[in-house]
Each structure stands twice: as structure tokens, then as C-alpha cells.
Ligand binder design. Structure first.
Ligand code: C5P
Length: 316
């Protein structure tokens, strides 16, 4: 294969609980992650040189090594130097649909697509677990972006357990163009305010982590009970992000006043989503909240839950 075109879906968190500190400076998390149909397209082909080249149509996406997709290609070149020497560098073109700095793992998804794509065009034959292991070196939620669907994520976010597919739920996403939240800031602020309640011992963390498997939210997901899922979604980071960004808090309240299954901020925000029973309901909710808030900086997307991570769209 010479080149490939990949679909890289965004993700939302249906659950995010911070349970403790880790010795690597990260947090011990218990999350439920969910892929959605809003996706970027990532095209990968050999470049004329040994170099990695990134092109992106979005003004806020860097085209250098600060881009996670670039770092994913760099990692593959470093781990497989002979194959890199043989095939040469790669040219990566990202068509951006997922908003950036939004808590939707857009950059992580692009990096996951690069790992999957280079595995294909270099004929490496890496398995999904092998790709996920490489992905964990780049970022906490990149392993999930490789496999996607619905999954419990623990540890730093890289340990995954797949759950039943939830693909009949729609959602409205809303994000202010002029608000971005720094993920390190959100976790650091949470630590400053809530570390007193962190579980400190390994046994305690293990037993708290195990509890998610029999939690009401996981039961609701297994039983595909959308109403219960909507009631049980939860995100600890809302406790620090919503007070700091009152506009985001107001947006969530506007969604909460609608006839929806549930509403929450995704990841470290500032995107807020509202889960809906149907596409028609999602469109109606979007129109009502748009009219009510009436701010030209506020953008909306109607999208749905999907059961896959990186998908190959075409290959030559
Ligand atoms: O791994 P990733 O690059 O996505 O993490 C971004 C930031 O989020 C980290 O630098 C860290 O500040 C915070 N984080 C954390 N604990 C995690 C995951 C992320 O503190 N488990």
C-alpha cells in the first residue's frame, strides 16, 4: 500500500472521576469514553524526503513537532528506523472538523490515525494492542482513540475495557470559539482544591477502580438504557472549569432546561454536550439553545455516538 485516508472520530467522556495522584505526576482516573461521529480526516502518503510533513487547513493547528500527529510519526520513525530508512518520510494532511482545545480529543485522534496509517503503509503488521501500547507513550487518551467505541478507561486513561456499543444516541455539542481550556490547568487546579479527598494507597485505588464495573452507569450502558445513562453521566473537572468559565456553566444550564437525556462538559472542556433520543430532538434542542444564548462565538454540532475508533476510508 502506498497511501491511505483515515477517519479519526472525536470522543466525549460519559464519566470522569479523579481518584488520586500518580508517581509520574499524572492522575489516577476512572473514565467512560465514547466515540462520536464528528471526525477529522487524516491522509497519509510517503514524502519525497526522509522528513515528516504535516499540513492542516485549520489556523490554530500547528504543522511542526508540537502537533501530536507529528509526534506519532516521529515515534514510528524512532521505533522502526530500518523501515523508515526503507520507505522514507511521511506526508500527513489533516482535514479538521473537530474543534481544537475542546475536550474532544481531536489532536489525540489525529495521532492515533497516524499510528494506524503508518502501520498500514509501512506494512508493519502491528496488532491493535501493540498500536495502543505505542499510543500510550504519546498521550493518555490516544490508546482509546485507536480502538474507540465505548470503553472504561483507568490508570492514566490508557487501560481500556470495552463496553457494549451505544450507537442509537444522538447529541448536540456546543463550544465557544473564543474559549479554550488548558487540560494541565484543569487537573492542576483540581489537585489544588480537592487533593485532600484523593485516595493515597495502592489498594484503595485498586478497589475504587474496580467499583466502576458494577456501577449504575455501567449497568445502564450494558442494558442500553439511554434515560439512565443521561441521568448518571458525571465529570469531576466540571467542579473547577465551570466556576472559572461562567459562560460554559450558563451553556450547560441552558441545555439542562431542555427536554434531553442529560448534559455534561466533555473532558477538561469547554465543550458541553446534550444527549438526545433522536436526530430530530438534537436539532430542535440546538435551535432553541442557539436562539436563547444568541452569541456569534457559540458553535453547535449535531452528531451521534459511534462504535468505532480509527477507520480506513480508502487506500491505494
Ligand atoms: O496525557 P495527556 O497529554 O493527554 O495529558 C494532558 C495533561 O492532562 C497532562 O499534562 C496532565 O496535566 C493532565 N492529566 C493528568 N492525569 C491524567 C491525564 C492527564 O493529570 N491521567
Amino acid at each position: 500500500m502506498r497511501s491511505c485516508s483515515l477517519i479519526a472520530p472525536a470522543k466525549i467522556n460519559l464519566y470522569l472521576e479523579i481518584i488520586g495522584d500518580r508517581s509520574d505526576g499524572f492522575h489516577e482516573l476512572v473514565m467512560i469514553l465514547q466515540s462520536i461521529s464528528l471526525a477529522d480526516r487524516v491522509d497519509i502518503k510517503p514524502s519525497d524526503t526522509q522528513k515528516i510533513c504535516i499540513y492542516c487547513d485549520h489556523p490554530h493547528v500547528p504543522e511542526d513537532e508540537t502537533n501530536l500527529a507529528y509526534r506519532a510519526a516521529q515515534l514510528m520513525c524512532r521505533v522502526f528506523p530500518d523501515v523508515h530508512a526503507n520507505y522514507g518520510g511521511v506526508s500527513i494532511r489533516i482535514a479538521k472538523n473537530i474543534p481544537v482545545a475542546a475536550g474532544l480529543a481531536g489532536g489525540s485522534g489525529n495521532a492515533a490515525a497516524v499510528l494506524v496509517g503508518i502501520n498500514l503503509i509501512w506494512n508493519l503488521g502491528l496488532t491493535q494492542p501493540e498500536l495502543e501500547e505505542l499510543a500510550a507513550e504519546l498521550g493518555s487518551d490516544i490508546p482509546f482513540c485507536v480502538s474507540g467505541g465505548t470503553a472504561i478507561a483507568t490508570g492514566r486513561g490508557e487501560k481500556l475495557d470495552s463496553l457494549a456499543n451505544l450507537d442509537n444516541i444522538w447529541l448536540v455539542l456546543a463550544k465557544y470559539d473564543n474559549i479554550g481550556v488548558s487540560t494541565p490547568w484543569a487537573y492542576k487546579t483540581y489537585r489544588q482544591q480537592y487533593s485532600d479527598s484523593y485516595i493515597a494507597d495502592a489498594a484503595g485505588i485498586k478497589s475504587r477502580t474496580a467499583k466502576i464495573n458494577s456501577s449504575p452507569l455501567v449497568n445502564a450502558i450494558v442494558n442500553k438504557n439511554a434515560k439512565e445513562i443521561g441521568k448518571l453521566i458525571d465529570n469531576d473537572l466540571e467542579k473547577v472549569v465551570l466556576p472559572e468559565y461562567p459562560q460554559v456553566a450558563k451553556l450547560k444550564s441552558a441545555f439542562a432546561a431542555q427536554d434531553i437525556l442529560g448534559t455534561m462538559m466533555s473532558g477538561s472542556g469547554p465543550t458541553v454536550f446534550a444527549l438526545c433520543d433522536s436526530e430530530a430532538q438534537a436539532i430542535a434542542v440546538k435551535e432553541r439553545v442557539k436562539t436563547q444564548i444568541n452569541d456569534s462565538q457559540l458553535r453547535f454540532w449535531v452528531t451521534k455516538l459511534v462504535s468505532h475508533g480509527i477507520q480506513i476510508k480508502s487506500q491505494t
